[in-house]
Design a protein around this ligand. Sequence first.
Ligand code: NAG
Ligand code: NAG
Ligand code: NAG
Length: 357
Amino acid sequence: MFKKMRKMLPPLRPLHWLLIVVICIVTCYWLLGVHLEQAFKPLTKIAVSSSSSLQSEYSVPADASVRVAPTLDNFDYEEQLVVLYNRVPKTGSTSFVNIAYDLCKLNKFHVLHINVTANMHVLSLPNQVMLARNITKWHKMKPALYHGHMAFLDFSKFQIAHKPIYINLVRKPLDRLVSYYYFLRYGDNYRPNLVRKKAGNKITFDECVVQKQPDCDPKNMWLQIPFFCGHAAECWEPGNDWALKQAKLNLVNEYFLVGVTEQMYEFVDLLERSLPRIFHGFREHYQNSNKSHLRVTSSKLPPSESTIQTIQRSKIWQMENDLYEFALAQFEFTKKKLMQPDNKHLQHFMYEKIRPK
Ligand SMILES: *[C@@H]1O[C@H](CO)[C@@H](O)[C@H](O)[C@H]1NC(C)=O
Ligand SMILES: *[C@@H]1O[C@H](CO)[C@@H](O)[C@H](O)[C@H]1NC(C)=O
Ligand SMILES: *[C@@H]1O[C@H](CO)[C@@H](O)[C@H](O)[C@H]1NC(C)=O
């Protein structure tokens, strides 16, 4: 039968064999190319779907070798800007957020408050996923400043390609506790008619410390560490050493900028210089508008020397203060590096020695 078939075909000369071999090689190359293309596809898709508004502008370049880079290049860092401010209570956060509410229309960005039921600082697992996806995909709101009293949430756990830019403020832990203590009793001039949880309670912070009442227990200071530490169980265990370490790591690795309440203007200044798309005009507004630093807790008595000493002996204060000092050192360093060593001129950078010409 094989001989019959051979007779039907024209006799094959060496030239024919060569042609067949060439065709085989070309086919193999083509097949391999298709496979490679498919291997690259998921990467390309991730980069595109993270900003679906850009999808229409996106065109596939012919050369496979440059297929991945241009999609990331197309990411519009200004219009896709999302800043997440997981504000710690009683750190001056309302003053800061007020500037954003005053300027959002002018600067064309959105401000959104994340209201978690019962003022809980830790999100449930389903809510973590929902929030991360929602913030990332809600393009109509971008650029956006989200703010809420919640612990640091690592978006990279949820298959999210572009994390938000994290910012925050910290305050001296005892100042924060005293402020909170009187806030619960007397409220503030921001919403003066709102009756607070402990209204009518006339005990001063000093008396509270002497009487060892729960409201001035140093454990109440365990708040800035867990806010920076995040959603792990240990974060919320007062005095946990791992939590402090994690808080510091997140502070330097995950946060774009952490300011201190005592230097609000400098915080606003650095933000305006680095992310003007949202923070343009914040500096001037902070200085000239009386509304932005209007929130002052009413009837606040400074603690006595003996109260300060008692509080500073507690391990919780020492740890919280450690984080505060750490944050302050980062902030001072960042602030200083804005200027040249002469302290008069801003630092600049440029490109040079560009080769080949
Ligand atoms: C959060 O939502 C609840 C329920 O709608 C509301 O009572 C509460 O005032 C809100 N919190 C803030 C800070 O607006
Ligand atoms: C995000 O959540 C809001 C409020 O629940 C909803 O209106 C909006 O459509 C959501 N956006 C996306 C992209 O899921
Ligand atoms: C604060 O500013 C508003 C308008 O910008 C003005 O009406 C008000 O008198 C000012 N208050 C103080 C105390 O300066």
